[in-house]
Design a protein around this ligand. Structure first.
Ligand SMILES: NC(=O)C1=CN([C@@H]2O[C@H](COP(=O)(O)OP(=O)(O)OC[C@H]3O[C@@H](n4cnc5c(N)ncnc54)[C@H](O)[C@@H]3O)[C@@H](O)[C@H]2O)C=CC1
Ligand SMILES: NCC(=O)COP(=O)(O)O
Length: 343
């Protein structure tokens, strides 16, 4: 089966040093980036095709030349366009089936915006664009805690002050539907149980601390329950993430980024995996960022990257029979030619 492709991400961050560590864990991956950004002494072989064989213990590298070497902890504006181009090239390879899925190393959004005018707040939005502006959702899934913690923010990379307006019935419904489909398809959960968090303290406390729950979330959940979905909520966000509460659902839909990401990064920072739901190809990522404070110091823990690569492989294995005949996921928007970002 084709390899999982790991992008280099921000070369001044921990991304490049995580690649050989992940390889050493036994994951079959191919790395896309500039060999000069790999740690000194890294055993690697440049390949022309993502599936080309390499000597045992060597990292297969699909070469993408940047303007120069990288300094750990200091993003170089002249690298920004190449960081973006690597993501686009990875998507091309995934859509064409030459890799089984992609795992992205972290990028520094500010560096990309300042260096190349990157118009997207993160991978999630850029990947949705490259796939033809398909609807997507960002799930973060634990891999080492029981019961599992899976969270999906219905709004993602926006200022907190914009959340109430962005949390529309359509946004919430999209997050619920994408999560429901992904739990069945990629997490082998036949009848998904989904919990929905309220926006306000105590889920609005009967309308005394905000009316979003009563006016918007309750009617939406009532309508979706009528379709047969197993939905609970709106739940108070402060009491829905401890272990007994998590036992009652398979994934939690949250109102905004930090409501979702604080519980999972607290419970499973080392094992958390970011999965983009709704894409016509597989994309996972570690849950951490560029970690400039430790880049190049050999302190980076590869656990989340290994978990992300492993989850991508499991998803690819689970989807493999579908590739034989009907490989376009229902509701994915279909595979459209990637649209290039113009910096
Ligand atoms: N998927 C992506 O591309 C993501 C990118 N980011 C970006 O990363 C940048 C930095 O974000 P921060 O909030 O500082 O989060 P961060 O995850 O980079 O760092 C937070 C803390 O965790 C530590 N840490 C992170 N990864 C680690 C690892 N593998 N092993 C050991 N320690 C680790 C860091 O040293 C730091 O103390 C931002 O520009 C953000 O946008 C953040 C999350 C995901
Ligand atoms: N905090 C999670 C995050 O920023 C991941 O974003 P993305 O780059 O995967 O879209």
């Amino acid at each position: 089966m084709a390899r999982i492709l790991l992008t280099c991400g921000e070369p001044a961050g921990v991304g490049p040093e995580l690649a050989p560590l992940a390889l050493a864990s036994g994951v079959d991956l191919v790395w896309l980036g500039d060999p000069r950004h790999l740690p000194p002494g890294c055993a690697m072989t440049v390949v022309a095709d993502p599936s080309d064989p390499v000597p045992p213990g060597h990292l297969p590298v699909l070469r993408h030349d940047f303007s120069g070497p990288a300094t750990p902890g200091r993003p170089d504006p002249s690298h920004a366009a190449d960081v973006i181009a690597v993501i686009a090239r990875a998507v091309d390879l995934a859509i064409s089936g030459r890799v089984a899925g992609i795992t992205t190393a972290p990028i520094n959004k500010q560096a990309l915006k300042e260096g190349a005018g990157f118009a997207f707040p993160g991978h999630t939005e850029y990947l949705a664009h490259l796939a033809g502006d398909v609807p997507v959702a960002m799930m973060l899934a634990s891999t080492t805690v029981t019961p599992p913690c899976r969270v999906v923010p219905a709004t993602i990379h926006i200022p907190l002050s914009d959340v109430p307006a962005a949390l529309t019935p359509a946004a919430l419904e999209q997050a619920i539907r994408l999560t429901h489909a992904a739990l069945i398809r990629d997490f082998a959960i036949e009848s998904p149980r989904i919990a929905v968090a309220g926006l306000n303290p105590h889920a609005g406390e009967g309308g005394t601390m905000g009316r979003t729950e009563l006016d918007m979330i309750v009617p939406l959940l009532t309508r979706l329950r009528a379709e047969g979905m197993d939905l609970t909520g709106p739940l108070p966000a402060d009491t829905m993430f401890h272990a007994p509460a998590r036992a009652g659902y398979d994934a939690a839909i949250c109102a905004y980024h930090d409501q979702a990401l604080i519980p999972i990064k607290t419970l499973d920072f080392a094992g958390g995996v970011n999965v983009t739901l709704g894409l016509p190809f597989i994309r996972t990522s570690p849950d951490h960022g560029t970690a400039f404070d430790i880049a190049g110091k050999r302190l980076a823990d590869p656990a989340s990257t290994i978990a992300a690569l492993t989850m991508a492989r499991q998803m690819a294995n689970a989807r493999q029979p579908l590739h034989l005949g009907r490989n376009i996921p229902r509701g994915s928007g279909g595979v459209k030619p990637p649209v290039r970002h113009q910096p």
